[in-house]
Design a protein around this ligand. Structure first.
Ligand code: NAD
Length: 297
């Protein structure tokens, strides 16, 4: 199939590489020439602009930093919706605000194009291994068309409902993750102060009602879960800055929709503090060091 791929950074680069590996003709574009060269060396062809990547494509994937980039690339004067053929399917995998995703859905539909918001979780490791989780918002027919392609880049493909619901699923999940991680960290910090060994707390809580993913898969203290970033001095993983980005998106969606998310607000404040202490590039589980009063440790 002829495809376009726009945004070839840490995530988009390996995702595009998996589509090439699956036998698709990928016209690739990024503002950074080096990023294009890398996927061209793997078998993609270089496009000269985002519009050029979309002109001949049946399906176009975008993987951009934030809402303003998505708005510019799709709706700008030389945007994708002007360049592509009718019935082109666009799949935006960027993590962006729900409102922008819904605006682009409307504009795409007015231009007789199909659009899906399809943010991912799984990080660079998942993008490289082709094991990402996709949370997809949009119509049934567009989802059915996209699914075989998404399966080349991911393992779990969820249809979360209509326009914007992929982004909604992503920010709800990540807000829950931030809150559960901070709660897990607080439990270990309190245990330390009380003289309770962290492995003992882990053995008990992991089989009791405190059990959660932040504890059993991503434990924020070294020892109990050997693969967790705590065992390599909180080298990311999923950075604290990425978590903060998602929390801010969740907070603005909560404000716009009138949802009460006081713990989400508190988590946003704590990750902001952690980032301003210079720890934005560390793994998000490193927030335990902030609670210990030593964010840079
Ligand atoms: P990145 O900064 O590495 O890549 C973004 C790429 O987009 C860059 O190469 C940049 O040059 C390009 N770009 C920006 N504006 C452009 C434009 N107008 N036209 C063409 N190219 C343009 O970011 P990333 O880590 O790949 O993340 C991409 C998206 O995925 C973000 O929304 C992020 O929140 C989300 N995400 C990232 C991770 C992760 O672990 N990195 C995990 C899940 C989701």
């Amino acid at each position: 199939m002829k495809m376009g791929f726009i945004g070839l950074g840490n995530m988009g680069g390996p995702m595009a590489a998996n589509l090439v590996k699956a036998g698709h003709h990928v016209a690739a574009f990024d503002m950074a020439r080096a990023a294009v060269d890398k996927v061209v060396s793997l078998g993609a062809s270089a496009a000269t602009s985002a519009a050029d990547a979309a002109t001949d494509a049946e399906i176009v994937v975008t993987m951009l930093p934030a809402g303003q980039h998505v708005r510019g690339v799709y709706l700008g004067e030389h945007g994708l919706l002007k360049a592509a053929k009718p019935r082109t399917l666009f799949i935006d995998c960027s993590t962006i605000d729900v409102a922008t995703a819904r605006d682009v859905h409307l504009a795409a539909s007015a231009a007789e194009m199909d659009f899906l918001d399809a943010p991912v979780s799984g990080g660079v490791g998942g993008a490289t291994a082709g094991t990402l989780t996709f949370m997809v918002g949009g119509g049934d027919a567009a989802f059915a068309r996209a699914k075989p392609l998404l399966e080349k880049m991911g393992k779990n493909i969820f249809h979360a409902g209509g326009a914007g619901n992929g982004q909604a699923a992503k920010i709800c999940n990540n807000m829950l993750l931030a809150v559960s991680m901070i709660g897990t960290c607080e439990a270990f910090v309190l245990a330390e102060k009380l003289g309770l060994d962290s492995q003992t707390l882990y053995n008990i809580a992991s089989t009791a009602s405190g059990q959660c993913w932040s504890l059993t898969s991503y434990c924020p203290v070294p020892g109990p879960v050997p693969a967790s970033p705590a065992n390599r001095n909180y080298q990311a993983g999923f950075t604290a800055s990425m978590m903060l980005k998602d929390l801010k998106l969740a907070q603005s969606a909560a404000q716009a929709s009138g949802a009460a998310t006081p713990l989400g607000a508190q988590a946003t404040a704590l990750y902001s503090l952690f980032e301003s202490a210079g720890a934005g590039t560390r793994d998000f589980s490193g927030i335990i060091q902030l609670l210990r009063g030593n964010p840079a440790a």
